[in-house]
Structure formats: structure tokens, C-alpha cells
Design a protein around this ligand. Structure first.
Ligand code: 6PG
Length: 246
């Protein structure tokens, strides 16, 4: 189980996102070759937007077997799917509406239900997916091929915030509140345990996150104090940091 992410530095966001796009294409194509499908967990927030847009263009778009890729969200704001704060809306506009992804392979968080009901329903969707695709929802096969994650300046990732310890439980999906002042407050998030049931994890961060990246993924022993520091991966955790801001 891989723990400490090796930080890769890039001079600017574009070079970081180009390398990230190549990495995503490599991992997805390899997974489809090996198992007939790939499972990709998308990140919310603004950092991955440029990556999503790059993936719709060449050379990446032509190398990814989009119809075999299954898309999930590591977290979602509990708002309607067409709300400006929706992570689904962001990924749909920047990526999914612009590539030949297959509708039944896109698994958004069901925000049309009650808040906690939505978390329970998403957990059931994930378990059904792995039972059908990997033969079991509990075994070592029930791992995502790649999880994309952002990083907050407080060390949160997805919607696992330092103030929401219940996200470190063993369940797969939680309904949580973000800290005061971090809107929208009501969130649905995969837990660190579920996010860590992955072959590979890629964190993306731009210049203004340099300090927290160093604290979580650098030499400091305080990594475990931050939710992002508790993420694991079966094969590899990568951290791409552009020295310039967005
Ligand atoms: C969300 C994300 C969250 C995000 C970080 C970084 O739903 O907001 O999952 O974890 O990745 O807050 O956000 P930025 O990329 O906008 O800085």
C-alpha cells in the first residue's frame, strides 16, 4: 500500500495538466486493456477544470477508450445537478459532454434524494457497480483504477474536512457539512477509506497550495493530521504541483 505521495513540480499549470492528461490516458487505456473497463473518480473544485478540457483534445482524446470508462465523483455538493456549484455540472461541461462517454457508465451522486439518503444511495450504487464489474464489493478487486483529488489549504480533500472525523470511518460515502464559511455547506463525500481502495491516486495542486502540499506530502510527520494525508493507494499516490498559481 503506497502512502507518501512523491511530489512532482511543474513550472506552470499548463505543463502540469499536460502531464496529468497523459497520465490519465495511460492509466485508463491500460485498465481497459487488462479488464475491459476503467473506473475513474473525478475531483471537484476548480483545479481539475483545465485537465478535463485538455482530455477532450488531442492527443489524449484519441487514446482513451471513452465508451469503456466508468465515471464517479469523489464528492458532490448537495445542490441540483444544474447548480453552478455542482461538481457534476463542472465535469459534464468541461469533459463528459465533449467525449463519447456512455451514459450508463456515468454515475453522478443522486442529489435528488434527501441529503443522508443520497449518501446511502451512492454507497449502494458503488457496491452494485463492483459486484457487477469485479465480482465483489468487498474484495481486493473492488478498487477504482484512478482517483483524482484536489487539496484544500486546510488539508481537506474531496469533502473530507479536518472537522468531519466521521469521514474517516469505514463506510464508503458520508453526508457531511463543510466548515463555516465554506459554501455549499451540505456535501456528499466518499470516505478516506473508500477513496483509498484505489490502484492509483493523483492529487493536483497549483502554486497557492504549495505550503499545504509540503506539509501533507513533504518530509513532515504531520501528514496524518490532515484528511489528504490519510489517503492511500494500492500502487501509487502521485502529487502534481505547479509552482505558479492558477
Ligand atoms: C470540492 C472538492 C474539493 C477541492 C478542494 C480544492 O468539491 O470542492 O472536492 O476537495 O478539490 O477544495 O479546490 P480548488 O481546486 O477549487 O482549489
Amino acid at each position: 500500500m503506497s502512502r507518501r505521495g512523491a511530489i512532482r513540480h511543474f513550472p506552470d499549470p499548463l505543463s502540469m495538466n499536460r502531464r496529468a492528461a497523459g497520465y490519465v490516458a495511460e492509466v485508463l487505456s491500460s485498465a481497459v486493456t487488462q479488464q475491459g473497463y476503467a473506473s475513474l473518480v473525478l475531483s471537484g473544485g476548480s483545479t481539475p477544470l483545465r485537465l478535463y478540457e485538455l482530455l477532450t483534445g488531442q492527443p489524449y482524446a484519441a487514446t482513451i477508450p471513452w465508451a469503456r470508462v466508468c465515471f464517479f465523483w469523489g464528492d458532490e455538493r448537495f445542490v441540483p445537478a444544474d447548480h453552478q456549484d455542482s461538481n457534476y455540472r463542472l465535469a459534464w461541461g468541461a469533459l463528459l459532454s465533449r467525449v463519447p462517454a456512455v451514459g450508463e457508465n456515468i454515475y453522478p451522486v443522486p442529489v435528488g434524494l434527501g441529503w443522508h439518503e443520497s449518501a446511502r444511495a451512492y454507497e449502494a450504487v458503488l457496491k452494485k457497480f463492483f459486484r457487477e464489474r469485479a465480482g465483489s464489493s468487498e474484495g481486493p478487486q473492488a478498487r477504482f483504477d484512478l482517483v483524482l483529488l484536489g487539496l484544500g489549504k486546510d488539508g481537506h480533500t474531496a469533502s473530507v474536512f479536518p472537522c468531519s472525523p466521521d469521514c474517516c470511518g469505514q463506510g464508503w460515502v458520508s453526508a457531511v457539512q463543510s466548515p463555516e464559511g465554506v459554501q455549499p455547506r451540505r456535501r456528499i463525500t466518499m470516505t478516506t477509506a473508500r477513496l483509498s481502495k484505489s490502484e492509483r491516486v493523483l492529487f493536483l495542486a497549483t502554486g497557492e497550495k504549495k505550503d499545504i502540499v509540503d506539509r501533507v506530502f513533504g518530509s513532515g510527520e504531520a501528514a496524518g493530521d490532515y484528511p489528504a494525508g490519510n489517503i492511500r493507494a494500492q500502487k501509487q499516490i502521485s502529487v502534481f504541483l505547479s509552482d505558479q498559481g492558477m
